[in-house]
Design a protein around this ligand. Structure first.
Ligand code: GLU
Ligand code: ZN
Length: 307
């Protein structure tokens, strides 16, 4: 599948291109800033580019003002991105075009199953393929699913090691466009990373299980697979991932150096105590120079003592 050349990056750029892709569902909390910092340091320590994408397709979950708050926070912390911000919502035609192509080649099919039908039919998260061989297009609301096959998807995560996954056994045919017409995250992310020429994805461990679906889509579309690094997620004292659901508070913009110092500690980078009072920019310079992702090997979660 060929996409139009875009204006963000030169195609064929051999350098690392990383990205941070927050959803505008609220201001950044410590957990999301942690991932942002990890991907920033990974890209910058390799003199790479670091792009910013706003994952704003899931409109019912978007919060007004959240995008602005996210941009302001990143700026306040000195996490400055390259190029213009990429908004998923401006690429809906591209996603739909690729979906139509796949539908024409029989790889995507409509599914009218309700959550209720699926719950009574086995009750697992593995889609049993009920609508797979449907002959006529339904005139009722439907999602679109992509057919998976028996191949196993294997990749070497830079922190979590070799991951091997069989979609047919672990997921079944999965949704690429929801019944409410919203393009599924799985699908959009694959197109976006290709359009932005992202070749190194650094993101939270909570997304590790989604990666095989994305690699499968890359294979179907003939796209090259980026490298993956799934960093631990920040958890609270109870062991729950910080999220809007756990009422994680927005990071304090007035004390960026304090927050960055704490984040570097949580990234196991051992920032020297002499730098505790240093301006955020100096801390970031130190961190870029000393970044060692290997210190996070096999870690799934890090417990924050403030958040
Ligand atoms: N927007 C997704 C999130 O907030 C991240 C997507 C990604 O990094 O692939 O969890
Ligand atoms: Zn169905």
């Amino acid at each position: 599948m060929k996409f139009a050349k875009n204006k963000w990056v030169e195609p064929g750029n051999p350098h690392t291109i990383g990205r941070f892709a927050p959803s505008p569902t609220g201001p950044l909390h410590l957990g999301s800033l942690y991932t942002a910092l990890a991907s920033f340091l990974q890209a910058r320590s390799q003199q790479g580019r670091w792009l910013l994408r706003i994952d704003d397709l899931d409109t019912p979950r978007n919060i007004k003002g959240a995008t602005d708050a996210i941009l302001k926070t990143l700026e306040a912390f000195g996490l400055l991105w390259d190029d213009e911000v990429y908004y998923q919502s401006r690429h809906i035609d591209v996603y739909n075009g690729v979906i139509s192509d796949l539908q024409r080649s029989g790889l995507i099919y409509p599914c009218t199953c309700s959550r209720k039908t699926l719950a009574t039919d086995g009750g697992t998260d593995i889609y049993p393929g009920i609508c797979r061989d449907r002959q006529a297009p339904p005139d009722e609301p439907h999602a679109l699913r992509v057919k998976v096959d028996n191949r196993s998807i294997a990749f070497q995560d830079e922190l979590q090691g070799l991951i091997s996954h069989k979609l047919a056994e672990q997921d079944g045919d999965f949704i690429v466009k929801r019944k409410d017409n919203i393009i599924a995250y799985q699908f959009a992310v694959v197109i976006d990373d290709d359009l932005q020429h992202v070749n190194h994805i650094v993101r939270g461990y909570d997304l590790l299980d989604e990666t095989p679906k994305q690699i499968y889509l890359q294979q179907l579309l003939g796209l090259s697979a980026p490298r993956y690094m799934h960093v631990p997620v920040i958890v609270d004292e109870q062991g729950y991932k910080l999220s809007k659901q756990t009422q994680a508070t927005a990071v304090d913009l007035k004390a960026p150096q304090r927050v960055i110092f704490e984040l570097l500690r949580l990234l196991k980078q051992n920032p020297p105590v002499e730098l505790q009072q240093a301006p955020a920019a100096d801390l970031l310079d130190w961190a870029i120079e000393h970044w060692n992702a290997d210190l996070l090997k096999n870690a799934h979660a890090m417990s924050a003592d403030f958040g």
